[in-house]
Write a new protein. Structure first.
Length: 111
């Protein structure tokens, strides 16, 4: 439920539908550039995206343009670097977990 002025917004296209984490789009784009598997496997994509996003600070916005307007070029470059690092680490993590699940029980104990 959202209150604006004297009006209560409870359903439909409300402003709350526009609230999102600014990093999401950057993580999704970086992930698709970094991994063919993410492009072809929606479950892998979702797993890696979640891991990466959980390692980035939340930056909630209503409109991406608002955030872009207030960031300096240096801050934008830092954010881009953080996203690339988080996605690469998340890819390594999810791929390692996937490999471990694929090993027979006796082989995983040796690893």
């Amino acid at each position: 439920m959202l209150i604006t002025g004297r009006h209560l917004i409870t359903h439909g296209d409300s402003p709350r539908d526009s609230v999102h984490n600014y990093y999401e789009r950057f993580v999704f784009e970086q992930l698709l550039r970094a991994s063919d598997k993410a492009t072809n496997d929606p479950n892998f994509f979702a797993d890696v995206a979640c891991v990466a996003l959980n390692h980035l600070p939340p930056r909630y916005v209503r409109f991406d343009v608002d955030m872009s307007f207030f960031l300096s070029p240096v801050e934008m470059e830092e954010m881009t670097d953080k996203v690339a690092h988080a996605v690469n680490k998340a890819l390594e993590h999810v791929e390692a977990c996937t490999r471990n699940r694929e090993l027979p029980d006796d082989e995983s104990a040796d690893a």
